[in-house]
Ligand binder design. Structure first.
Ligand code: PRP
Ligand code: URA
Length: 209
């Protein structure tokens, strides 16, 4: 079964509070989402393998360590996932970025796929699927299925806020995919919004309504 990691680092929790606050405007919201994404990327890359190299410091030769040629792919779910990409690329600049476009039908809450563009070698990459919100789980589950259909094998899911309902859907549909979040909230409301959540992540990121 997929494991759930909640990043309770004080900086992440502090910034998440301002992300949740309805009085936080678009500019600050966008900056904070990227900052939290950077901090989450730091935690999520903890298990990247290292290899030994030999280098010369100004003083002596020494054995040191670098990340060993692991290929990473970031897969934001459009639109709101875009808000976390730059923050992660700050730490993993060599990562390739693929896009999965999905929107949630407001009536049925079912995900509708409208765009998929991926790096050609996704089967070789450690992929991080990115979306600020894991609500019913329909969008993330459909995105992960779309990636697996195209050959993806190693997948992680990174979200800011998750509902218990969404976590269960991922665990049922994709038990091989671990979930990394900054918070697990109480529940979904009748419109499929996370409570307390942060509202509509896409609208708050891009200033739309
Ligand atoms: C939001 C969010 C997730 C999805 C989560 O996207 O960014 O992709 O809803 O809901 P779910 O877990 O119930 O599927 P939305 O459909 O609002 O599209 P947008 O990112 O283009 O605003
Ligand atoms: N999508 C959002 O942007 N927010 C929610 O609370 C649920 C789905």
């Amino acid at each position: 079964m997929s494991r759930v990691y909640v990043f309770d680092h004080p900086l992440i929790q502090h910034k998440l509070t301002f992300i949740r606050d309805k009085n936080t405007g678009t500019k600050e919201f966008r900056e904070l989402v990227n900052e939290v994404a950077t901090l989450m990327a730091y935690e999520i890359t903890r298990d990247l393998p290292l290899e030994d190299v030999v280098i010369d410091t100004p003083v002596a030769q020494c054995k040191a360590r670098v990340i060993s040629g692991k290929k990473v792919g970031l897969i934001p779910i459009l639109r709101a996932g875009l808000g976390m990409v730059d923050g992660i690329l700050d730490l993993i600049p060599a990562a390739k970025v693929g896009h999965v476009g999905l929107y949630r039908d407001p009536e049925t809450l079912q995900p509708v796929e409208y765009y998929v563009k991926l790096p050609t070698d996704i089967e070789e990459r450690d992929l991080i699927v990115i979306d600020p919100m894991l609500a019913t789980g329909g969008s993330a589950s459909a995105a992960i299925s779309a990636l697996k259909q195209r050959g993806a094998k190693n997948l992680k899911l990174m979200c800011l806020v998750a509902a218990p309902e969404g976590i269960k859907v991922i665990q049922d549909d994709h038990p091989d995919v671990d979930i990394y979040v900054a918070a697990v909230d109480e529940k979904l409301n009748d419109h499929g919004y996370i409570v307390p959540g942060l509202g509509d992540a896409g609208d708050r990121l891009f200033g739309t309504k």
